[in-house]
Design a protein. Structure first.
Length: 187
Protein backbone atom coordinates (compact mmCIF):
# COMPACT_ATOMS: atom_id res chain seq x y z
CA UNK A 1 0.00 0.00 0.00
CA UNK A 2 1.36 3.38 -1.03
CA UNK A 3 0.51 6.73 0.59
CA UNK A 4 0.80 10.14 -0.99
CA UNK A 5 3.01 12.78 0.62
CA UNK A 6 -0.05 14.93 1.48
CA UNK A 7 -1.76 11.95 3.08
CA UNK A 8 1.29 11.27 5.24
CA UNK A 9 1.54 14.94 6.27
CA UNK A 10 -2.18 15.00 7.22
CA UNK A 11 -1.79 11.78 9.21
CA UNK A 12 1.28 13.13 11.01
CA UNK A 13 -0.48 16.44 11.75
CA UNK A 14 -3.53 14.63 13.15
CA UNK A 15 -1.27 12.46 15.30
CA UNK A 16 0.47 15.55 16.71
CA UNK A 17 -2.90 17.23 17.40
CA UNK A 18 -4.27 14.08 19.07
CA UNK A 19 -1.14 13.76 21.22
CA UNK A 20 -1.43 17.43 22.21
CA UNK A 21 -5.08 17.02 23.18
CA UNK A 22 -4.27 13.90 25.17
CA UNK A 23 -1.45 15.71 26.99
CA UNK A 24 -3.69 18.70 27.73
CA UNK A 25 -6.47 16.49 29.05
CA UNK A 26 -4.09 14.49 31.24
CA UNK A 27 -2.65 17.81 32.47
CA UNK A 28 -6.15 18.71 33.65
CA UNK A 29 -6.48 15.58 35.78
CA UNK A 30 -6.61 16.48 39.45
CA UNK A 31 -6.14 14.08 42.31
CA UNK A 32 -5.56 14.11 46.03
CA UNK A 33 -1.87 13.72 46.98
CA UNK A 34 -0.84 10.30 48.26
CA UNK A 35 -1.25 10.00 52.02
CA UNK A 36 -3.54 13.04 52.24
CA UNK A 37 -7.16 12.63 53.31
CA UNK A 38 -9.57 15.54 52.66
CA UNK A 39 -12.09 16.40 55.35
CA UNK A 40 -15.17 14.14 55.36
CA UNK A 41 -18.66 15.42 56.22
CA UNK A 42 -17.81 18.60 54.30
CA UNK A 43 -20.59 21.16 53.77
CA UNK A 44 -19.64 23.26 50.76
CA UNK A 45 -22.37 25.83 51.58
CA UNK A 46 -20.83 26.52 55.00
CA UNK A 47 -17.41 26.95 53.37
CA UNK A 48 -18.64 29.81 51.18
CA UNK A 49 -17.72 33.40 52.01
CA UNK A 50 -14.44 35.17 52.66
CA UNK A 51 -11.28 33.50 53.94
CA UNK A 52 -8.01 35.28 54.77
CA UNK A 53 -4.67 33.71 53.92
CA UNK A 54 -2.52 33.63 57.06
CA UNK A 55 0.21 31.32 55.75
CA UNK A 56 1.24 29.87 52.39
CA UNK A 57 4.02 28.20 50.51
CA UNK A 58 4.92 30.97 48.09
CA UNK A 59 4.54 30.60 44.31
CA UNK A 60 4.96 32.92 41.35
CA UNK A 61 1.22 33.66 41.16
CA UNK A 62 1.20 35.05 44.73
CA UNK A 63 4.78 36.30 45.02
CA UNK A 64 4.97 39.60 46.90
CA UNK A 65 1.28 39.70 47.74
CA UNK A 66 0.02 40.63 51.20
CA UNK A 67 -3.51 40.91 52.55
CA UNK A 68 -4.53 37.95 50.42
CA UNK A 69 -8.12 36.82 50.65
CA UNK A 70 -10.32 34.37 48.81
CA UNK A 71 -14.05 34.78 48.39
CA UNK A 72 -16.07 31.71 47.45
CA UNK A 73 -19.68 31.78 46.25
CA UNK A 74 -21.82 28.81 45.29
CA UNK A 75 -23.44 28.82 41.86
CA UNK A 76 -26.80 27.25 41.01
CA UNK A 77 -25.06 24.42 39.12
CA UNK A 78 -22.99 23.44 42.18
CA UNK A 79 -19.75 25.00 40.96
CA UNK A 80 -17.99 27.64 43.02
CA UNK A 81 -16.92 31.09 41.88
CA UNK A 82 -13.52 31.99 43.34
CA UNK A 83 -12.18 35.54 43.67
CA UNK A 84 -8.64 35.77 45.04
CA UNK A 85 -7.35 39.21 45.92
CA UNK A 86 -4.02 40.48 47.26
CA UNK A 87 -2.04 43.67 47.63
CA UNK A 88 1.14 44.06 45.56
CA UNK A 89 3.31 46.49 47.57
CA UNK A 90 5.95 46.79 44.82
CA UNK A 91 3.34 48.08 42.36
CA UNK A 92 1.20 49.70 45.07
CA UNK A 93 -1.93 48.09 43.64
CA UNK A 94 -4.45 45.35 44.30
CA UNK A 95 -4.35 42.25 42.13
CA UNK A 96 -7.33 40.00 41.60
CA UNK A 97 -7.77 36.59 40.01
CA UNK A 98 -11.14 35.07 39.16
CA UNK A 99 -11.61 31.35 38.92
CA UNK A 100 -14.00 28.48 39.29
CA UNK A 101 -13.98 25.33 41.37
CA UNK A 102 -15.96 22.14 41.59
CA UNK A 103 -16.02 19.10 43.82
CA UNK A 104 -14.04 16.11 42.56
CA UNK A 105 -16.83 13.67 43.31
CA UNK A 106 -18.43 12.89 46.65
CA UNK A 107 -19.97 16.21 47.80
CA UNK A 108 -19.29 15.34 51.45
CA UNK A 109 -15.54 15.10 50.78
CA UNK A 110 -13.53 18.37 50.76
CA UNK A 111 -11.64 17.58 47.54
CA UNK A 112 -12.06 20.16 44.81
CA UNK A 113 -10.43 21.23 41.59
CA UNK A 114 -9.91 24.92 40.86
CA UNK A 115 -9.01 26.76 37.67
CA UNK A 116 -7.83 30.29 37.03
CA UNK A 117 -6.36 29.54 33.60
CA UNK A 118 -8.72 27.98 31.08
CA UNK A 119 -8.96 24.21 31.07
CA UNK A 120 -6.06 23.73 33.52
CA UNK A 121 -7.06 22.75 37.06
CA UNK A 122 -5.22 22.42 40.32
CA UNK A 123 -6.15 20.52 43.45
CA UNK A 124 -7.77 22.19 46.45
CA UNK A 125 -7.97 19.72 49.32
CA UNK A 126 -9.26 20.90 52.68
CA UNK A 127 -7.37 18.62 55.07
CA UNK A 128 -8.34 20.30 58.34
CA UNK A 129 -11.41 22.34 59.17
CA UNK A 130 -12.69 23.28 62.60
CA UNK A 131 -16.33 22.53 63.47
CA UNK A 132 -17.32 26.19 63.16
CA UNK A 133 -15.72 26.58 59.70
CA UNK A 134 -13.41 29.33 60.97
CA UNK A 135 -9.96 27.90 60.13
CA UNK A 136 -8.89 25.66 57.29
CA UNK A 137 -5.72 23.92 56.11
CA UNK A 138 -5.57 23.43 52.34
CA UNK A 139 -3.14 21.32 50.34
CA UNK A 140 -3.05 21.39 46.54
CA UNK A 141 -2.10 18.60 44.13
CA UNK A 142 1.10 18.13 46.11
CA UNK A 143 2.69 19.26 49.35
CA UNK A 144 4.28 22.09 47.37
CA UNK A 145 0.95 23.92 47.64
CA UNK A 146 -0.26 24.80 51.13
CA UNK A 147 -2.42 27.49 52.74
CA UNK A 148 -3.66 28.20 56.25
CA UNK A 149 -6.92 30.14 55.92
CA UNK A 150 -9.08 31.87 58.50
CA UNK A 151 -12.36 33.76 58.54
CA UNK A 152 -10.55 36.52 60.45
CA UNK A 153 -7.28 38.31 59.67
CA UNK A 154 -5.61 36.86 62.76
CA UNK A 155 -6.03 33.98 65.17
CA UNK A 156 -4.65 33.37 68.67
CA UNK A 157 -0.95 32.40 68.67
CA UNK A 158 -1.62 29.01 70.31
CA UNK A 159 -4.18 28.03 67.64
CA UNK A 160 -1.81 29.28 64.93
CA UNK A 161 0.99 27.03 66.25
CA UNK A 162 -1.35 24.04 66.60
CA UNK A 163 -2.46 24.39 62.99
CA UNK A 164 1.14 24.61 61.75
CA UNK A 165 2.01 21.50 63.77
CA UNK A 166 -0.96 19.75 62.19
CA UNK A 167 0.24 20.85 58.73
CA UNK A 168 3.70 19.48 59.52
CA UNK A 169 2.02 16.19 60.47
CA UNK A 170 0.54 16.08 56.95
CA UNK A 171 4.07 16.44 55.57
CA UNK A 172 4.15 20.20 54.90
CA UNK A 173 7.72 21.55 55.02
CA UNK A 174 7.39 24.45 57.48
CA UNK A 175 10.76 25.88 56.39
CA UNK A 176 9.03 26.84 53.10
CA UNK A 177 6.04 28.49 54.79
CA UNK A 178 5.55 32.25 54.56
CA UNK A 179 3.41 34.19 57.04
CA UNK A 180 1.13 36.53 55.06
CA UNK A 181 0.76 40.08 56.37
CA UNK A 182 -2.87 41.08 56.63
CA UNK A 183 -2.36 44.81 57.17
CA UNK A 184 -1.18 47.19 54.44
CA UNK A 185 1.87 49.08 55.70
CA UNK A 186 1.41 52.86 55.80
CA UNK A 187 4.00 54.88 53.89
Amino acid sequence: MRFSRNSLIRTAALTVVAAGVAAAVSGCAVSVPKGIQPVASFDVKRYMGTWYELVRIDHHFEKGLTEVSAHYSLNDDGTVTVVNRGYDAARKEWREANGKASLLGDPSLAALKVSFFGPFYGGYNVVSLDDEYQTSLVIGDSLDYFWLLSRSKSIPEQKFRQLLEKAQGFGVDLSRVLVVAQQTPTF
